[in-house]
Design a protein around this ligand. Sequence first.
Ligand SMILES: *Cc1c(COP(=O)(O)O)cnc(C)c1O
Length: 425
Amino acid sequence: MELYNLKKNQQRVSFSQAVKLGLGDNQGLFFPTEVPKLNDVNSLLEQDFVSRSVSILDAWLGDELGSDNVETMVRNAFNFPLAVTAVNAQTYALELTHGPTLAFKDFGARFMAQCLNLLCKGEKATILTATSGDTGAAVAHAFYGLDNIEVAVLYPKGKISVLQEKLFCTLGGNIHTYAVSGSFDDCQQLVKDSFDDLELKQAISLNSANSINISRLLAQICYYFEAVAQIPSDQRDNIVISVPSGNFGDLTAGLFAKAMGLPVKRFVAATNENDTVPRYLTTGQWQPQPTIATRANAMDVSAPNNWPRIEELFKTQGWDKALVSGVKVTETEMVKGLKDLYSQDYLCEPHGAIAAYALNETLTNDETGIFLCTAHPAKFQDSVEDILAIKLTLPQPLADVADKEILSEDIAADFSQLRQKLMAI
Ligand SMILES: *Cc1c(COP(=O)(O)O)cnc(C)c1O
């Protein structure tokens, strides 16, 4: 697989290089020179999720990594269930929330861990990441127990819920967690400082596992095929998929699935009040505003970093603009959406509710709608209990850690202190 840098087209790299580098020169994103087309999508849709995912990822990576390796990686990464649930006759929920950390980020993080494990064979590597919740947990679980890979996760002390903290700070082993006295921005700054310190970077083979990594996007293509596969075949003609979006990695993966041959009529880019993309799609003006805090906080992103990939897909595939419509969902509308789903006996949470609400806004009678559920309701327990006036029971992964001890070290928002800790791992 060959990729080029969207900011410097003459920089060409292999998949292995792209995974290790993350970003290209001038902070450019890597984009594939060619999207593999699948010949017999219908028979692929008959297969089970894991077998089908092996075929999909083999089409991208088999040449470079070897088909046997791809198969092993997929089987190790996708070892948990996913589900499609009918909400009503016309609408389905794709539940990506049954992984070890109860969020869709498990798919991308677990596959990325498998890739780095293969590519770093024998060499030591250190993954450094900052998190406000979901990403850190998914990354920590994905890399837990892998030989030669150490993981350091920074998070703002006291600013994530105790259960979220317990989900990734109780693992131990090769997972090192640091509670930083400061904000999420301070944590991100510490990560940047670390990557700017070339001596440190070399000494511990620093790698980030952030959401622009191409390995995460490729993994996410697979569940779009599962969504369509689970829809009754007489309802597959006009499928619309609604994606709750923050950095727009998830939607990018959906569009790659379409480019590979998945029959989807159109997509809905659902955002919360951070609506840079819906505004851009109607006005043609890219004008990020200051970020607004909402209850769907994993989508509180005003300058989505995957958007250039979506632009490039439109350009290279020659798609019509109508393929993606942007819908902004306010907090009030999200609450309405969550209650509406609950009245149809479907328990959701703010991110999924935004996707469902946006879908409803645009769905016509001859279409079948699918919305993505990106987090388990229990991960947003306070909002869900408050809005629906109910009590949630904890799902197994959260119940399992509820009584465990947090193993994090407290550190100041001070690079020299972090540097010492990282050198000592
Ligand atoms: C990360 C995240 C999103 C946004 O996904 P992007 O790929 O960044 O658009 C949506 N919902 C949840 C629960 C998330 O954790």
